[in-house]
Design a protein around this ligand. Structure first.
Ligand code: G3H
Ligand code: ZN
Length: 284
C-alpha cells in the first residue's frame, strides 16, 4: 500500500474513541520494529521523523525507507514530520512524499504561530497533506528542541479555538502537563483543561510527551478527545537497553545484526503494548 494521509486515520479514531500511535523513527531497525508491531496488532500507524532525525538519517533515506515499508505492509502507514519549525522544512517534507507535517510554532507569539501554520496549511492542503499545529508550550527535550520548565505553559482553550479557526489546521497538539523526554516525578495532567479544549475545538487533539505516562492517564486522555499519541523516549530506552544487554553479555560482539537485532525486538514489544493501550489494535 502507498503511504496514507493522516486526516482520515484520525477522523476514524475520533469516531471510534481510540488514538493512533505516532512513533519516532531515526533508523532502519526502529522503522522495522514499528512496522512489525503494527502488523502484529493489525493497527494503522504513523511513522514520524523530527528535524533532528532527518538531519541524522537524511530526508531521502527516511522517506524511501518508510515508503518501502508501507508498500510491503499489510496495514495503513502514514509519514509525518514531527516538530518542524519552519515553512521551508515543511515544504521539503511535503515534496519528498510525507503525508502529514507538524509545524511547531509554539515558541512564537500567537499571531506569528498562526501566520506560520496558515502558510503551511495553504500549501499542504493543495496536495492532500494534513497539518498539525501546537499551541501552548510543551516542556522537555525533543531532539534539538529544548524547552525549559519555566518556559513551558499550558494551552488556553479559547486561544485553541481561535488558532484552529484562523489556521485551518487538521490536528492540534495541546500542552496539558506532559513533557518530552524522561519524567523526573509523576506528571500531573490537567484533564479539566483538556475537556474544555475538546469542547471548543473541532479537530483531533494530539498528546506529545506520552512516554512515561501511566496507562490510566493515557486512557483518560483518549476518553477526553486525544486521537494521536506521540512516543519517542520509550522506544529509545528499549533500543538502548537491548544494545546494552547484548554487549554486557558479550563485550566482544562486533556484528551489528547481533547487536541491533535484540534491540529491535524490544522496541517492537514497546510499540505493540502502546497500540493495545491506545485502542488502535485491530483497527487496520
Ligand atoms: O513528538 C514526539 C513526542 O512528543 C515524544 O514524546 O519524549 O515522551 O516520547 P516522548
Ligand atoms: Zn513532541
Amino acid at each position: 500500500m502507498a503511504l496514507v494521509p493522516v486526516g482520515p486515520l484520525l477522523q476514524k479514531a475520533r469516531e471510534g474513541r481510540y488514538a493512533v500511535g505516532a512513533f519516532n523513527c531515526n533508523n532502519l531497525e526502529i522503522l522495522q520494529a514499528i512496522i512489525a508491531a503494527a502488523e502484529a496488532e493489525r493497527s494503522p500507524v504513523i511513522i514520524q521523523a523530527s528535524q533532528g532525525g532527518l538531519k541524522y538519517a537524511g530526508l531521502e533515506y527516511i522517506t524511501a525507507m518508510v515508503q518501502a515499508a508501507a508498500a510491503k505492509a499489510a496495514v495503513p502507514v502514514a509519514l509525518n514530520l514531527d516538530h518542524g519549525t519552519s515553512f521551508e522544512q515543511a515544504v521539503r517534507c511535503i515534496r519528498a512524499g510525507f503525508t502529514a507535517v507538524m509545524v511547531d510554532g509554539s515558541h512564537l507569539p500567537f499571531a506569528e504561530n498562526v501566520e506560520l501554520v496558515r502558510r503551511v496549511v495553504d500549501v499542504a492542503h493543495c496536495v492532500g497533506v494534513s497539518v498539525e499545529g501546537e499551541l501552548g508550550r510543551i516542556g522537555g527535550k525533543e531532539d534539538d528542541i529544548v524547552v525549559a520548565a519555566a518556559d513551558a505553559f499550558f494551552t488556553d482553550p479559547d486561544e485553541a479555538r481561535q488558532f484552529v479557526a484562523e489556521t485551518g489546521v487538521d490536528a492540534l497538539a495541546v500542552a496539558i502537563g506532559t513533557a518530552h523526554g524522561v519524567y523526573k516525578g509523576e506528571p500531573k495532567l490537567d484533564f479539566a483543561r483538556l475537556a474544555k479544549i475538546s469542547r471548543k475545538v473541532d479537530v483531533p487533539l494530539v498528546l506529545h510527551g506520552a512516554s512515561g505516562l501511566s496507562d490510566e492517564a493515557i486512557s483518560e486522555a483518549i476518553q477526553l478527545g486525544i486521537t494521536k499519541i506521540n512516543i519517542d523516549t520509550e522506544i529509545r530506552q528499549a533500543f538502548a537497553q537491548g544494545v546494552r544487554e547484548v554487549l554486557a553479555k558479550d563485550p566482544g560482539e562486533i556484528d551489528p545484526r547481533r547487536i541491533l537485532g535484540p534491540a529491535r525486538e524490544r522496541m517492537q514489544e514497546v510499540v505493540q503494548r502502546k497500540m493495545r493501550l491506545f485502542g488502535c489494535s485491530r483497527r487496520a
